[in-house]
Design a binder for this molecule. Structure first.
Ligand SMILES: [Fe+2]
Ligand SMILES: [Fe+2]
Length: 324
C-alpha cells in the first residue's frame, strides 16, 4: 500500500466510510444517507436526463396515434405512449429525492439547458417507424436499463424495475408491427426495411460514445451506478438484434456486420459520431420542433397547475379551520 492511500484512509470521514461500505457491499444508498456531492450531482443529471427522454420520447409516436391503421393498433400505441409518460414521472420523482424540484427540471428542459436522448430528434414519417422504434429504440433502452435495476441509488434502481417490465412489452409490440408488415405486401416490406435502415444507427448511438471517449464512465462504474461500459452494452444489443432480424426477414443496414471468432465480438462499420454530436447539441432534424411542442404543452397546462395549487390551498385552509 502506498503512502497516499494511507493518508486518504486517515482523512476519510465516518460518513464517507459509511458510504463506501454501502457501495462495497453492493447495497443501496437511500435518500437520507450521506453521499458525496459529485455522486448526488451525477445522479441528478442522469436521472433527470433519463426522465426528459421519456417525456420527449412520447412525441415521435404520439404523431401516429390518430393515424394508427386499426383500433387495436391505436389502443396499443396509446398505452405505450402513456407508459412513457409514467416512466418520466417515476424518474422525476426519483430525482426529487436528491433535492431538485420538478419545476427546476421542467424549466431546464424547456429552456433547452437539459439534455435528453438524441434518438427522439428523428422524424417518424411512416407507420413502420412505430415498429422500428419499439423494436430498436425500446430494445436499446432495455439493454441500457436492465443493469440499472441494480444501480447503487435505491429510488433509481426501484423505478427501473417497473420501467424495464414495460419496456419489454414495448419492444415486443414493435417487433410484432414489423413482423406483420414483413408478412404483407412488397410495399409494406419495403416500408419496414426503410424504417429499420433509418433507426438502426441512431439506436446504436443510444449507448453513448465509445469507451475510450466516455470520460465519466469509470467514476459511474466505481459508484456502481453503471455496471457495463457503453461498448459492452452496444455489443450485447447487436447480439440480441441479429437473430431477431433473421426472424423478421429484415436486413440490418451494415455490410460489415459479422461475428468475429477471434475477438469474440461483433465487427461493425464505424458509427457516425459526428451525426451523434450534431443531434445531441441541438442540430438534429427535429430538436427545435420537439422542444417547442414541450414548451407549448407546458404553457397550455398552466391553468391545471394553478387550479391544483388553488385546490391544495383551500384544502389546507379548511383543515386549519377544522382544527381551530
Ligand atoms: Fe420508457
Ligand atoms: Fe418504451
Amino acid at each position: 500500500m502506498t503512502t497516499t492511500t494511507l493518508d486518504e484512509e486517515v482523512e476519510r470521514s465516518p460518513e464517507e466510510a459509511a458510504f463506501d461500505a454501502i457501495i462495497d457491499a453492493d447495497s443501496r444508498v437511500e435518500p437520507r444517507d450521506w453521499m458525496p456531492d459529485a455522486y448526488r450531482k451525477t445522479l441528478i443529471r442522469q436521472i433527470s436526463q433519463h426522465g426528459h427522454s421519456e417525456i420527449i420520447g412520447m412525441q415521435p409516436e404520439g404523431n401516429w396515434i390518430t393515424r394508427a391503421p386499426s383500433l387495436k393498433r391505436k389502443a396499443i400505441l396509446m398505452a405505450k405512449v402513456q407508459d412513457e409518460a409514467g416512466h418520466g414521472l417515476y424518474l422525476y420523482s426519483a430525482a426529487q429525492t436528491l433535492g431538485i424540484t420538478r419545476d427546476e427540471m421542467t424549466q431546464q428542459l424547456i429552456d433547452g439547458r437539459a439534455k435528453y436522448s438524441s434518438i427522439f430528434n428523428y422524424p417518424t414519417p411512416t407507420w413502420a417507424d412505430m415498429g422500428a422504434i419499439g423494436w430498436l429504440v425500446d430494445g436499446a433502452a432495455i439493454c441500457n436499463q436492465v443493469p440499472l435495476c441494480r444501480a447503487s441509488y435505491g429510488p433509481y434502481a426501484r423505478a427501473m424495475i417497473r420501467i424495464c417490465k414495460e419496456e419489454s412489452f414495448h419492444q415486443r409490440q414493435g417487433f410484432e408491427i414489423l413482423l406483420t408488415l414483413m408478412q404483407g405486401t412488397a410495399a409494406q416490406r419495403e416500408m419496414a426495411q426503410d424504417a429499420v435502415n433509418r433507426w438502426y444507427w441512431p439506436s446504436l448511438m443510444m449507448f453513448g460514445p465509445p469507451d475510450d471517449q466516455s470520460p465519466n464512465s469509470a467514476q459511474s462504474m466505481a459508484w456502481k451506478i453503471k455496471r457495463f461500459s457503453n461498448d459492452e452494452l452496444r455489443q450485447r444489443f447487436i447480439g440480441m438484434l441479429v437473430p431477431q432480424a433473421e426472424i423478421l426477414g429484415v436486413t440490418l443496414p451494415d455490410p460489415n456486420l459479422r461475428w468475429n471468432e477471434d475477438t469474440g465480438r461483433w465487427d461493425t462499420s464505424e458509427i457516425d459520431w459526428d451525426e451523434f454530436r450534431e443531434v445531441l447539441s441541438g442540430r438534429g432534424p427535429c430538436n427545435a420542433e420537439r422542444l417547442q411542442r414541450r414548451r407549448d404543452a407546458h404553457e397550455d397546462g398552466a391553468w391545471v397547475r394553478e387550479a391544483a395549487a388553488e385546490y391544495a390551498r383551500k384544502q389546507s385552509e379548511n383543515a386549519q379551520k377544522a382544527v381551530a
